[in-house]
Write a protein that binds this ligand. Structure first.
Ligand SMILES: Nc1ncnc2c1ncn2[C@@H]1O[C@H](COP(=O)(O)OP(=O)(O)O)[C@@H](O)[C@H]1O
Ligand SMILES: [Mg+2]
Length: 218
């Protein structure tokens, strides 16, 4: 069962937004998905409360209980798990990375944010987990920005994900209402970008074909 950890030392990098949207995209594609919120600020859990238990399910967990929670979720039928983590918390990030098949590191493509991911990059290298940087909240339609930022993070030993989650107002509107960008604007650019990011994630974790509603996975 694929388990994806979202980590970054920076607050506001887009961790929770990415975690919730990946899980929601998996759910839209017909997988039972779950977000495990290890952040004491409980932003993901708050979003779930606003949705009144509409999927994806969000549960919280202190980092030391992660492995047990994942095992339990698996037994209860979870098919896709995303772990959201707090900023500035080495131990929580470490626990999430250890539990994950794939690590995604959201990062704004700005100089300060880019240089701050070196700590995170070292952690995933130390624990030998496959990891990619996902650029978030950067300008849409600016390939050069992502090329340059990509070269820089590649130099830190963490390759860039070929899909971004650029700055779109839809995220701010959706999260304030406890919704996803797919629910807010199903045909919008943000929804499209998330679906691409999800499909790419499936390939990284060996779920060869994203499952669609009413169909059995290939
Ligand atoms: N791609 C994006 N476009 C626009 N706003 C975004 C994007 N990603 C995140 N945000 C906004 O940035 C803020 C911080 O995002 P959040 O996911 O809570 O970061 P973190 O969990 O890393 O602290 C939120 O208000 C969120 O709505
Ligand atoms: Mg968060």
């Amino acid at each position: 069962m694929p388990t994806v950890a979202i980590i970054s030392q920076k607050g506001g990098a887009g961790k929770t937004t990415l975690a919730l949207h990946l899980a929601a995209a998996a759910q839209d594609a017909g997988r039972v998905s779950l977000v495990i919120d290890t952040d004491p600020q409980a932003t993901a859990s708050q979003w779930a409360a606003w949705r009144k238990d509409q999927p994806p399910e969000v549960i919280d967990s202190p980092p030391p209980r992660l492995a047990a929670k994942i095992k339990q979720a698996h037994e209860q039928g979870a098919e896709f798990i995303v772990i959201d983590t707090p900023p500035h918390a080495d131990s929580a990030a470490r626990a999430a990375v250890e539990a994950a098949d794939l690590v995604l590191i959201p990062c704004r493509p700005s100089a300060f944010d880019l240089s701050a991911i070196q700590t995170t990059a070292k952690l995933v290298q130390l624990l030998r987990r496959p990891a990619f940087v996902v650029f978030t909240a950067g300008p849409p339609n600016a390939p050069r920005v992502y090329e340059e930022a990509g070269e820089l993070v590649e130099g830190f030993g963490t390759p860039p994900c070929p899909h971004q989650m650029p700055d779109r107002a839809a995220y701010r509107h959706a999260s304030a209402e406890g919704r996803t960008v797919m629910e807010l604007e199903p045909n919008g650019k943000a929804a499209d970008e998330i679906r691409q990011l999800y499909s790419w994630t499936c390939l990284q974790v060996d779920v060869s074909t994203p499952r669609h509603k009413g169909r059995v996975a290939a």
